[in-house]
Design a protein around this ligand. Structure first.
Ligand code: 3PY
Ligand code: ZN
Length: 624
């Protein structure tokens, strides 16, 4: 009784009270550990119920996991394990079938719902995907924005996600997106961070590293490529596509530009050439032209990534298929289209009974799609209101992930009514900075600068004079300093001067100037925070120190919230509703929210839960 009362106090469950009494009596601790974990989670849920306006009062369907037989088979992963990277490369070239990558677990949700899909929803479907989609080439399930969003918004550990998914999909190649020297961040990191990050990612289970540089600048990719190769993994050196090779007036990024770049990438020793069409600008006939030319000029397999923002995505894939592309990215239908990838099931169906049929069982793929169909409503608060494909993307050239985020970003500056103006400015800013490749982080620079210019009534016509009176956004300064690398064609010098004022720009690789990270100091610091740090923790701290410290604080306060089902995590519980909540491996609680008490004079409410048949009351501060 006494212990439960201690546990139920708000100070205790938030960890803010003086616990020296308990620390001095370690024997108490053995008894309190389990209920403590329960109470921390109940506190998290109670807080959601009382204080989160997004806690929708509605029921969600339970997503159905398709049946599967766990019979061992040889998948793409075994080809890599048995034949090595070179062997896998040759195996790809020998395939007649179009090979598919499923991006549902990474780019699809990054582009549709602000990267919010949680580990529990991924691991539930992972085995069914492995055993029912045996002909998949790879599963993109890590990297890009998933890394920081995990810690920042989901209070979960992306390394744990990676290792669990790897174990549940033993036959399929895993794939991640890495931003060259920016790894999974938004700025250049010291070389030893980049190398150790890649080594650990390989060890935790990544097979294929899609490496890009936001300006297609080779020195921004070489270090990562070398490190992936020396770890015996697959380096997919990538060129980002922008402009329109069909339009002779847009000649900065011509067919020749891409062919030359592809040849340079091939020389680095990569096993696969990636084409990253992050905005969905590669029109169907341009895809045919590009892939045909590349097939004549390079010998390594080609992997095409596009977005369906314009509605032309499947057409682009089919034209690329006809021209001989080896692998393409798709997302299962219920997670495809719009700012996401083109539809996997539709491509499978389109190619049935043709030379390049994929071998994927459409009915089984449809079951996977139905699973995601049921998962998706839980995330509806994160979806954009885009209802149809839009050809305005050909005009604005905004990447899929950024397009769905730009409106909330613009609204957060109080400029919601000027959204169209910001998009027009995005186009003008791109021209003003010299027509650049726009992808994380250069796309963010263009977006931030566009908002800044609209906000301050700056235009490309007055910026060279007016701009001298302004401090520009950090991303603009970093870009013009050369900290995102060197753009093809160089910087516009006069604008660079206006933005940098007296600061000097660099022309070398930022990593050449950065001191190596002191990992011993990081380990010591993390120990001082009370954890026994792993290499994964140290790397996270090197990439995102503040985000990681906040994550650790939340972990201490709320426990392993990643185990809670997403309906409860995002929407809490309704009065009278029961949910099964996992608090540890194989350990579940049956929790009913019995009653939300009335507002008390001290501004709190008592919430009554039934936990595995016992009543518990938790006091929650009402801050609404
Ligand atoms: C990322 O860098 O996260 C991207 O997906 C860019 O397109
Ligand atoms: Zn993408």
């Amino acid at each position: 009784g006494f212990l439960l009362n201690v546990l139920n106090t708000k100070e205790f469950s938030e960890g803010s009270c003086d616990t020296s009494f308990i620390e001095e009596h370690p024997e108490l601790f053995e008894i309190v550990t389990k209920p403590d974990q329960e109470m921390r989670l109940m506190h998290f849920i109670g807080d959601k119920v009382v204080n989160d306006p997004n806690a929708l009062q509605k029921h969600f369907d339970v997503p159905q996991i398709p049946a599967f037989d766990k019979i061992p088979f040889k998948g793409s992963k075994q080809i890599l394990d048995e034949k090595g990277p070179e062997g896998l490369k040759n195996w790809i070239l020998d395939q007649k079938s179009l090979l598919l990558t499923d991006t549902t677990m990474r780019d699809a949700h990054q582009s549709l719902m602000a990267t919010r899909v949680r580990t529990v929803d991924l691991i539930k479907i992972a085995e069914a995907l492995n055993y029912n989609m045996q002909k998949l080439f790879s599963v993109e399930m890590w990297g890009g924005a998933t890394f920081d969003v995990c810690y920042r918004f989901l209070q979960e550990d992306p390394w744990d996600r990676l290792e669990r998914l790897r174990a549940l999909m033993p036959n399929l190649l895993t794939q991640m997106l890495i931003r060259g020297n920016n790894t999974v961040g938004y700025k250049n990191y010291p070389d030893n961070v980049v190398k150790r990050f890649i080594r650990q990612s390989a060890e935790s289970g990544i097979d294929i590293f899609r490496i890009f540089d936001a300006l297609n600048w080779l020195p921004g990719m070489e270090l990562s490529i070398d490190e992936v190769l020396s770890n015996g993994k697959i380096a997919e050196g990538t060129m980002c596509y922008t402009g329109d090779i069909l339009d002779e007036k847009r000649d900065k990024y011509s067919l020749k530009y891409y062919v030359d770049l592809a040849k340079k990438l091939e020389k680095t020793g990569i096993q696969i050439l990636g084409i990253k069409d992050m905005s969905g600008l590669l029109k169907p006939y341009a895809a045919r032209k590009l892939i045909s030319a590349l097939k004549d000029e390079i010998t390594i397999p080609i992997h095409l990534h596009t977005h369906d923002t314009t509605g032309n995505g499947v057409a682009t894939i089919l034209m690329a298929t006809q021209a001989g592309v080896d692998i393409v990215d798709t997302a299962v239908n219920s997670m495809s289209g719009l700012t996401s990838q083109p539809a996997l099931n539709s491509v499978v169906a389109a190619l049935e009974n043709t030379e390049r049929e994929t071998g994927i069982d459409l009915e089984k793929a449809d079951e996977i799609s139905r699973y995601w169909d049921a998962v998706r409503p839980v995330y509806q608060n994160f979806e954009s209101d885009l209802k149809s494909g839009t050809t305005e993307i050909y005009r604005y050239e905004i990447p899929g992930g950024q397009y769905s985020n730009l409106k909330p970003q613009v609204e957060s500056f109080g400029l919601g009514h000027k959204f169209k103006e910001v998009k027009e400015m995005y186009k003008k800013v791109n021209e003003m900075v010299g027509d650049i490749i726009k992808v994380t982080p250069s796309s963010k620079m263009v977006g931030d600068l566009s908002i800044f210019m609209v906000q301050n009534n700056l235009t490309p016509d007055n910026i060279l004079t007016e701009g001298l009176n302004y401090d520009f956004p950090d991303s603009s300064i970093s870009y013009f300093k050369g900290m995102m690398g060197q753009p093809y064609g160089g910087f516009p010098k006069d604008l660079q001067k206006v933005i940098l004022k007296d600061e000097e720009a660099i022309t070398c690789r930022p990593g050449d100037l950065l001191e190596d990270e002191d990992f011993d100091a990081i380990y010591d610091h993390l120990k001082s925070l009370g954890i026994e740090p792993t290499e994964k923790d140290a790397l996270t701290y090197a990439l995102y120190p503040k985000v990681f410290e906040d994550y650790l604080k939340n972990l201490k306060k709320h426990g392993e919230v990643w185990r809670i089902g997403s309906d409860v995590f995002f929407h809490g519980l309704m009065e009278g509703e029961t949910a099964e909540i996992s608090i540890d491996e194989g350990k579940n609680l049956i929790v009913t929210l019995v009653e939300v008490g009335k507002l008390l004079e001290d501004g709190t409410r008592n919430l009554t839960f039934d936990i595995n048949g016992s009543r518990r009351t938790i006091n929650i501060e009402d801050s609404t």
